[in-house]
Design a protein around this ligand. Structure first.
Ligand code: GAR
Length: 192
């Protein structure tokens, strides 16, 4: 069974969706580990409730990114993680973590990349007045939301839609697309 490490910084609705897909049997994997860089994030509570082991850290306690990333690498190797799933992990992945796991780290981003990379992609798309946005799953490289695209799905933006409604639609699509895409990667053997 593929061993996933989910990295998150916030609410963890994508973490939930992955757990749900596993419980339903549509995703043949296990969430072996949660990595979270915000001790107060809701996802930390969720992991506790589900019994997902977690590594929760405060980046401010480390002098340099290399230091917490080498700790993370150690933990990922110890847990024999096959795939690293970024799910609202609001931090760029540095060389220390990228090099040993290149091609094994994927991210979900709430826009149709390469449009609207970076922070608040939903607000960016909404303010730009585009009529179609969506969700992208991509491999992580050293850039900001620049890695090779694996899957995308669209959300139509109607004239009546509010920003909140757009966010809800985007999240619905994320919660379906992410588990499906992870399952495809696993069946293609790209997780080992
Ligand atoms: C998701 O919408 C995800 O696409 C986005 O953060 C949210 C996390 O929600 N990620 C990015 O913007 C990355 N650049 P969640 O904590 O409820 O899964």
């Amino acid at each position: 069974k593929a061993k996933l490490a989910v990295f998150a910084s916030g609410t963890g609705s994508n973490y939930d969706a992955i757990i749900e897909a596993i419980n339903k049997g549509t995703l043949d994997a296990e969430v072996t580990l949660l990595v979270c860089d915000r001790p107060k994030a809701r996802v930390v509570e969720k992991a506790k409730r589900n019994g997902t082991p977690s590594f929760v850290f405060d980046p401010k306690q480390y002098a340099k990114k290399e230091m917490f990333e080498s700790k993370i690498v150690e933990i990922l190797k110890e847990a024999e993680i096959d795939l690293v799933i970024l799910a609202g992990y609001m931090r760029l992945i540095g060389k220390t973590l990228l090099q040993p796991f290149e091609g094994k780290i994927i991210n979900i981003h709430p826009s149709l990349l390469p449009s609207f990379p970076g922070l608040d992609a939903i607000g960016q798309a909404f303010n730009a007045g585009v009529k179609v946005s969506g969700v992208t799953v991509h491999y992580v490289d050293a850039g900001m939301d620049t890695g090779k695209i694996i899957a995308q799905d669209i959300v139509n933006i109607t004239d009546e839609m509010t920003r909140e409604e757009l966010q809800n639609e985007i999240q619905k699509v994320e919660h379906k697309l992410y588990p499906e895409t992870i399952q495809k990667l696993i069946s293609r053997g790209e997780s080992s």
